[in-house]
Design a protein. Structure first.
Ligand code: AMP
Length: 286
């Protein structure tokens, strides 16, 4: 497994693979890897001759009051995990390598970036799109793997790839959870034991929504309110949003009579967790 930190060296490696017409699968991450990340890596390995994983805590996608400085990092552990998975190359640039002094260019997917997480994280998706486009340009993957854990991110990146005619296929992968239902996230490390326990209310609220949908409830407002009531009954939870939206436009739905995304963001102490359930072609994926 190669570990590459510079654009020049990365371009050289990619050029050689392209010359050999090797299919490249790419998994962008911010590191501190868990089974969610590794599920993407395994799928990439299955489908491509060469697998690249990037590890880069991207400052452009963090707001000024967010956790960029304290975001968990453990490169040695990550590299060991990726070596075991048989990854071909890790790209782990410095901030200066990605954004040299005088950097000015950004990518925005209008409208979609302002919905859901966009309210409380202005500029977040601009940062995500910018770094992902840069990484796509450098790595030139045939396929890139993203988790449904970050549903809005998947939807926005698909739009970006379509709008900009990028020659890469976005492959969204299922959300991986702990046995008790908590969605795996690098940020779960921030939770103390009471918050960790309280955070189970997120999965319970999605299960409640699932039950109502299965029982034939179509009114989004009713489902949403029952989720809000359940989450609000947990003293350690502070709701950022609970929304039921169209999976393409992210606009609020009044009725669930086709595909829908039920997404939420909730604070436990200073930690903001997100989770979601998708109702696609009559099937619930959570
Ligand atoms: P991050 O390191 O948080 O930027 O995540 C890197 C990639 O892993 C993104 O595509 C995430 O959606 C994905 N990911 C994170 N957590 C999970 C999870 N629990 N299940 C599936 N994919 C995940």
């Amino acid at each position: 497994m190669e570990i590459v930190t510079t654009v020049t060296e990365l371009r050289e490696k990619i050029k050689n693979w392209k010359r050999e017409e090797e299919r490249i699968g790419f998994v962008p991450t911010m590191g501190y890897l868990h089974e969610g990340h590794l599920s993407l890596v395994r799928e990439a390995k299955k489908r491509s001759a060469k697998t690249v994983v990037s590890i880069f805590v991207n400052p452009k996608q963090f707001g000024p009051a967010e956790d960029y400085q304290i975001y968990p990092r453990d490169f040695k552990r990550d590299a060991d995990l990726l070596e075991k998975e048989g990854v071909d190359l890790i790209f782990c640039p410095s901030v200066e390598e990605m954004y040299p002094a005088g950097y000015k260019t950004y990518v925005q997917v209008e409208d979609l970036e302002n919905k859901l997480c966009g309210h409380s994280r202005p500029g977040h998706f601009r940062g995500v799109c910018t770094v992902v486009l840069k990484l796509f340009n450098l790595i030139q993957p045939d396929e890139a793997y993203f988790g449904w854990k970050d549903a809005q991110q998947v939807i926005i990146l698909k739009k970006m790839v379509g709008d900009l005619n990028l020659p890469v296929k976005i492959r969204p992968m299922p959300l991986i959870r702990e046995k008790d239902g908590l969605a795996l996230s690098s940020r779960n490390i921030y939770l103390n034991s009471q918050e960790r326990q309280a955070a189970l209310v997120l999965y319970r609220s999605l299960e409640l929504a699932e039950k109502q949908i299965k029982d034939g409830e179509k009114q989004a407002a009713k489902i949403k309110q029952s989720m809000i009531d359940l989450i609000s009954a947990e003293p350690l939870a502070r709701i950022d949003y609970v929304e039921i939206v169209d999976v393409q436009t992210l606009d609020s739905l009044e009725k669930i009579d086709g595909d829908a995304l039920i997404a939420l963001a909730v604070y436990f102490g200073r930690t903001r967790l997100i989770d979601n359930l998708r109702f696609i072609s009559g099937v619930i994926e959570k």
